[in-house]
Design a protein. Structure first.
Ligand code: FAD
Length: 287
């Protein structure tokens, strides 16, 4: 069943040339708690930094959380996402598509012109055959699985696969430290919510720091960061529940439920206001 998601953004996470971290953080250690909380950072450039507030936003894969002793809960989905860019026969016009198949969702996200990013979910192990196929065979199988809503698939770039899990950090703030984005919560890409959620975390952190400063509290103050954490809590939990619920809903292989899902998505496609409301909620514009 088809579900256009015009509200999706293209995820772009590389730093702009004007916005470079002076080096890769190798170690982080907690120095003290109130009143002068702070983290000491050793960069691979050899520089050492001290900050009253450090934002840990490394995507959760560089091991910094673990060095700080922050534990995470990880729940593997037993699914693997196959990622590649694909060229289509017609321009995408900024529209993202997602098709929910019995094998898992297939998403196409708009990049440049006629290039789209493919996220093809497979049951763990079943992606290997698609990774090994010759380009023509791969495109034919993708076309058969996805249909022609995005046009004909003409080329595919290099294919990568990574296992999907729901990972949530058990702590997202400490005195002098805020954990943001995928470092705090890595979601299944089914609903395309990770980046949006990360941006809302940044916005809420800025708002909390401003409110704290206006009230005379220093940057990095434990109470200010606790208030930030409380402010994030409902949004974070709702989005995790929404993404996780979609994975479960479309992962259950029942004929009856399949008809109900299809009817629900057709209804959503037809009901403009309902679809717009869902898109606004998915973008975090309604909280
Ligand atoms: C295929 C795919 C499609 C997606 N589509 C969507 C979508 O449509 N919409 C959406 O909202 N979300 C989407 N997501 C999720 C989204 O990409 C992530 O949630 C988002 O990128 C998280 O941002 P982040 O900054 O926390 O982490 P990342 O994007 O992983 O960025 C972390 C950055 O930290 C740097 N770094 C790492 N370690 C260190 C270190 N030790 N020192 C210094 N720097 C370091 C990295 O180089 C990187 O630049 C998608 C994800 C995938 C995989």
């Amino acid at each position: 069943m088809w579900s256009p998601m015009p509200g999706w953004g293209v995820c772009c996470t590389s730093a702009s040339p004007d916005c470079r971290w002076p080096g890769t953080a190798r170690t982080g250690s907690r120095r003290s708690s109130r009143p002068r909380a702070g983290i000491a950072l050793a960069l691979d450039s050899g520089a050492n930094l001290q900050a009253r507030l450090t934002v840990l936003a490394d995507g959760g894969r560089s091991g910094l959380k673990e060095r700080l002793g922050i534990a995470s809960d990880a729940r593997p989905y037993d699914q693997v996402a196959l990622i590649a860019s694909v060229e289509t026969s017609r321009p995408h016009q900024g529209v993202a598509w997602e098709r929910f198949t019995r094998e898992g969702p297939i998403a196409l996200l708009p990049l440049r012109g006629q290039t789209m990013e493919l996220v093809w979910t497979h049951a763990a192990g079943e992606e290997r055959r698609h990774l090994a196929l010759a380009e023509g065979d791969f495109l034919a199988e993708l076309q058969a699985a996805f249909g022609d809503r995005a046009g004909r698939f003409r080329r595919v770039g290099s294919r990568h696969a990574y296992p999907l899990s729901l990972v949530t950090a058990r702590e997202t703030t400490r005195p002098g430290l805020a954990v943001l984005g995928n470092a705090a919560h890595a979601l299944h890409p089914v609903a395309g919510q990770g980046f949006n959620l990360a941006l809302r975390g940044v916005m809420d952190l800025v708002a909390s720091l401003e409110a704290g400063l206006a009230a005379g509290w220093p940057v990095g103050d434990a109470g200010v960061l606790e208030a930030f954490d409380a402010r994030r809590d409902a949004d974070r939990r709702n989005v995790i529940r929404f993404s996780d619920g979609l994975v479960r809903l479309f992962g259950i292989d029942s004929r009856l439920l399949g008809h109900a899902r299809a009817a629900g998505l057709i209804g959503l496609n037809l009901a403009g206001p309902l679809r717009r409301d869902l898109a606004r909620r998915a973008m975090g514009l309604e909280r």
